[in-house]
Design a protein around this ligand. Structure first.
Ligand code: IMP
Ligand code: MG
Length: 181
């Protein structure tokens, strides 16, 4: 796997340190609010597992899955292939995402969850790639781990064709890996 990586963008240590910081912020924001922390599968699983253990106040875990992304660019059509199981009406909801890229999927996710009537809805994304943002997207991330350049990244949950998710760091995939396939 490592041979397909052009460069390491974020090391395990950098990610762990940033998650500790975010954990402190989120723990004070959500003290006494018993939030529902919604992870958007599958890319978020590694970040989710690390992040949730640095939220030191009571919270509820939930997951949803939206389908849309093929290869290295968005298709634009989205469906909820797995919905959350909690009733979030009147609850404080925190969405955890792997990457805020065009923003199309977060926009869709937020619209879907808002229809369920939460008391509040905030977004925490590990990575933000602002250069790729769709200008029609109105949602914004409330918490960002790292802002990344406009390059295709894999690892720490992020995939290319379902591969590389288990790399412990975030790296830039060599362009020839997806150009030759
Ligand atoms: P969106 O373009 O913001 O809707 O991003 C949707 C999804 O595309 C993300 O949740 C990721 O799963 C995937 N994605 C976007 N950029 C990258 C990337 O650089 N590497 C791997 N997956 C990505
Ligand atoms: Mg994702």
């Amino acid at each position: 796997m490592d041979k397909d990586i052009a460069k390491v963008l974020l090391t395990q240590e950098q990610i762990a340190e940033r998650i500790r910081e975010l954990g402190q912020e989120l723990s004070s924001e959500y003290a006494g609010k018993n939030p529902v922390v919604v992870g958007v599968l599958k890319g978020v699983v590694i970040f989710y597992a690390d992040m949730i253990r640095h939220i030191t106040v009571p919270c509820q875990m939930d997951f949803m899955c939206i389908s849309s992304y093929k290869g290295t660019s968005s298709t634009g059509t989205m469906t909820v292939s797995k919905d959350i199981s909690a009733d979030i009406r009147g609850r404080h909801v925190l969405i955890l995402e792997d990457i805020f890229d065009t923003g199309n999927s977060l926009e869709y996710t937020v619209r879907h969850l808002k229809e369920k009537g939460p008391a509040s809805l905030k977004i925490c994304t590990l990575l933000d790639k602002p250069e790729r943002r769709n200008p029609n997207v109105t949602v914004q991330a409330d918490y960002v781990g790292f802002t990344v350049p406009n390059e295709f990244v894999v690892g720490y949950g992020l995939d290319y064709n379902e591969g590389y998710r288990n790399l412990p760091y975030v790296g830039v995939l060599k362009p020839e890996v997806y150009e030759t396939k």
